[in-house]
Design a binder for this molecule. Structure first.
Ligand code: MSP
Length: 516
């Protein structure tokens, strides 16, 4: 077993159905998880739903439903989204599950044992939408007199008895930690924002509520449930069996908490402070990705531009959606999508450049050589040069994915694909059939090797299509170590392997009528 690698997404509020922003985060985390598995790491990948809190209570009340019922139905849609999008999670957690209550109570008790919890009275501003408390200095008054958070969400005055966490005590330890661990918060811009926020001073945090009971009960304190973010963040430990030190504990500390930019403060300030208090190691990286916009605009129900990710996957194909989101959006920045942008990108790169390369090469061999992979043929320096280009593209892809620069990794892969297409143009294998079959054999064999490598490289991004190409080629070993396996082709020829007539792995997309 390789070295452990633990990646998590945020857990989503199941107060509505999933949208493309949730899909984006799940897809990015999945591609990283698949990449690390392929690299031989012992991967644990967790996602799920965050089911407590006032927002859930109020949404259920508004729909005249029980909160249990709403959470169960909507959580089902999030799980279905993951299944629709080929998300290879190891655990889909629901925070209403008993082991999660146990873990949350355990971390609470560990913080209490450190003397970091005290009972007092909270009076201040709370946004139900963000499930967040705001200081007086952060709240702004709108023209009509309503009070808004810095995110523009409505805040309301809340006054109740509450447990507090001594966040103020962790101001300096957090700043010291950020300074010593430059990769703890990424990308850089978000790290700077967090540092400025912490330098501005930290007030103690209200961590329990008494005005409703939909939450994890505070141990030994009747009438109090935990502030939803305390239990939500703890989900990352629940999945590893906390507080037991079972075999799964080897995955802690997490390698990457992948989250959106709106919840960086919770993950990069509150969470490490809770962990320090509970004497638990801190995660290695909190990566705050950007927001996905629709044609440059925020998605909202009132604009009518909230699209079900399952519908998009059915319209364009799962691979197409995955490829577009990871290739088009500069990872860490905001990105925009539209049906045209998906169709244009996918047709140019997946269908025309790579899909066509594989389809033309394999069907030519299937038709003209009865599917038999040609023997060596007459080599040329151009052959080795192409394979070197493809190997370099693979190394650059790996460097990109190791560094969470996903779009740069995919761009590097595309350079390998372009190198193959240029090679075809120059070598013109189809016209060598009559004039120089020996040379044609060498060219086709080189292309088959290059296509195999390119398919293995891109597998974490487009598992279906790349898997299909590899199936056609009879490739079973798909880990990174296999990419540069120079012996594979000769062994495949020697085994008498024959290609079947290929079916397209990356079909061209039509612009859907309703999306135009
Ligand atoms: N429940 C909290 C997270 C708790 S994690 C311990 C929450 N839920 S959420 O449903 O509002 O958001 C889930 C994730 O989706 C967050 O990482 C959030 O940033 C992300 N996104 C929500 N809308 C998004 C876009 N439009 N684009 C990209 N990601 C977005 O926050």
């Amino acid at each position: 077993m390789g070295e452990p690698f633990y990646i998590t997404t945020a857990i989503s509020y199941p107060n509505g159905r999933p949208h493309i922003g949730h899909a984006y985060e799940a897809i990015a985390a999945d591609a990283i998880a698949r990449f690390q598995r392929q690299a031989g790491r012992d991967v644990r990948f967790q996602t799920g739903t965050d089911e407590h809190g006032l927002k859930m209570v109020q949404t259920a009340r508004g729909l005249d439903r029980t909160v249990e019922d709403l959470a169960a139905e909507m959580s089902g849609y999030f799980r279905a989204m993951c299944d629709d999008l080929d998300i290879s999670y190891d655990r889909f957690i629901r925070t209403t599950e008993p082991d999660h209550h146990r873990a949350s109570q355990a971390i609470w008790q560990a913080m209490e044992a450190s003397g970091d919890l005290y009972l007092s009275r909270y009076e201040g501003w709370y946004s139900v939408r963000d499930e967040a408390f705001y200081d007086e200095k952060e709240v702004v008054t709108a023209e009509d007199g309503t009070k808004l958070s810095p995110q523009g969400t409505l805040v309301e005055w809340t006054a109740e008895e509450s447990w507090f966490f001594r966040l103020s005590k962790y101001q300096q330890p957090l700043l010291d930690y950020f300074a010593a661990n430059p990769d703890f918060i990424r990308p850089e811009g978000r790290r700077n924002e967090v540092i400025r926020f912490v330098e501005g001073g930290l007030s103690d945090l209200s961590v329990s509520r008494t005005s409703f009971d939909w939450g994890v009960p505070v141990p030994g304190s009747d009438g109090h449930v935990m502030y939803v973010w305390v239990d939500a963040l703890t989900n990352y430990l629940t999945g590893l069996g906390y507080p037991d030190q079972s075999d799964d504990w080897r995955f802690w500390p997490a390698d990457v908490h992948l989250i959106g930019k709106d919840i960086v403060r919770f993950h990069a300030v509150y969470w490490p402070a809770f962990l320090m208090s509970a004497n638990i190691a801190l995660p290695k990286t909190v990566f705050g990705h950007g927001f996905l916009l629709h044609r440059g605009e925020k998605m909202s129900k009132s604009l009518g531009n909230v699209v079900d990710p399952g519908d998009l996957a059915r319209a364009f194909g799962v691979d197409a959606l995955r490829y577009f989101l990871l290739r088009d959006v500069s990872f860490g920045q905001d990105g925009s999508y539209s049906a045209e942008a998906i169709v244009t990108r996918v047709n140019a790169e997946l269908a025309n450049s790579f899909g066509n390369l594989a389809q033309r090469t394999l069907s030519f061999i299937a038709k003209n050589l009865e599917g038999a992979l040609p023997e060596a043929g007459r080599g040329d320096p151009a052959d080795a040069a192409l394979l070197a280009d493809v190997t370099a593209a693979g190394a650059a892809f790996r460097a990109g994915f190791d560094d969470l620069s996903l779009n740069h990794g995919i761009e590097a892969w595309m350079r390998g694909v372009h190198a193959c297409n240029q090679y075809i143009d120059v070598q013109a294998p189809w016209s060598l059939r009559k004039t120089d079959p020996d040379r044609m054999h060498a060219v086709l064999g080189t292309l088959v090797r290059a296509i195999r490598q390119l398919a293995i490289i891109i597998l974490p991004v487009v598992p279906k299509g790349a898997g299909h190409v590899l199936d056609l080629l009879g490739v079973t070993v798909r880990d990174h170590a296999a990419i540069d396996d120079a012996g594979w082709y000769a062994a495949q020829v020697a085994s008498g392997f024959r290609l079947a007539a290929p079916t397209a792995a990356f079909p061209r997309l039509e612009m859907p009528v309703e999306a135009a």
